[in-house]
Design a protein around this ligand. Structure first.
Ligand SMILES: Cc1cc2nc3c(=O)[nH]c(=O)nc-3n(C[C@H](O)[C@H](O)[C@H](O)COP(=O)(O)O)c2cc1C
Length: 212
């Protein structure tokens, strides 16, 4: 069935996006407002875009005037922290998604612990096993009150218990216990359903084709 975006309402276009692009990792973003108060909120329009330099992107929607608080804080200050969400902090993450007025400290509301960052002003979340300190590269306007933030990762904080080899940078990914966003208003998944599929070298593929 063809769904042409030219004849779809914004609501239906959104439904097609979020019910097909799954799973989505969740950026649990901490920023500071203009008075220096912490702000936290989850964003699942999120992913890594480049390895070197390390670049990630976050899609931010509208809120009354302009972008949601996270977007306006990043636009103004240029700094943010992307915390990743373990299942143990899922309920707290959900509290930080409540549409609080600007100036409310979602970390306090959710009973979370703010830890000072090393390179940027916004704190990281202690309950998160991975936090990435970031600086803004660009805020790209993609529609009315909608923007994509591109950020450069300056530093990673990873829970000591989840680091297998600090020299080789091997991480015990299953131990992070991260969750992702799925379809439906309250759909999530665990990242424990994994299978192996080695990459195929071109020479091996050509040998296989020749033998067929
Ligand atoms: C799991 C999850 C993922 C979300 N992803 C997004 C997203 O990608 N973009 C967005 O604009 N809002 C998203 N939201 C909604 C925001 O988190 C919510 O509007 C929040 O109140 C924004 O807070 P802020 O204004 O402090 O930034 C998401 C909510 C949840 C629970």
């Amino acid at each position: 069935m063809l769904f042409d975006c030219a004849s779809l309402s914004p609501e239906n276009t959104y439904k097609l996006l979020v019910s097909t692009i799954v799973p989505r990792p969740i950026a649990w973003v901490t920023t500071l407002d203009a008075e220096g108060r912490p702000n936290a909120a989850p964003y699942s329009f999120f992913n890594a875009m480049s390895g070197s330099p390390p670049v990630l992107c976050i899609g931010i929607g509208p809120k009354r005037e302009g972008l949601k608080d996270t977007g306006e804080n990043i636009r103004r200050s240029g700094q943010f922290v992307v915390n990743l969400v373990p299942e143990s902090a899922a309920a707290a993450m959900n509290v930080t998604a409540i549409d609080f007025p600007p100036g409310v400290d979602e970390l306090l509301e959710a009973g979370l612990t703010a830890v000072p960052s090393t390179h940027v002003g916004p704190p990281r979340i202690a309950e998160s096993p991975v936090a990435m300190e970031c600086e803004r590269i660009a805020v790209v306007e993609v529609g009315h009150g909608r923007a994509v933030v591109l950020g450069r990762v300056l530093a990673f904080h990873i829970d000591d218990a989840c680091v297998l080899d600090p020299v080789k940078c091997y991480v015990d990914t299953p131990k992070l216990g991260l969750i992702g966003r799925m379809h439906g208003a309250g759909g999530y998944l665990r990242t424990s359903d994994r299978f192996e599929m080695p990459r195929i070298a071109l020479a091996d593929w050509q040998d296989k084709r020749a033998a067929d």
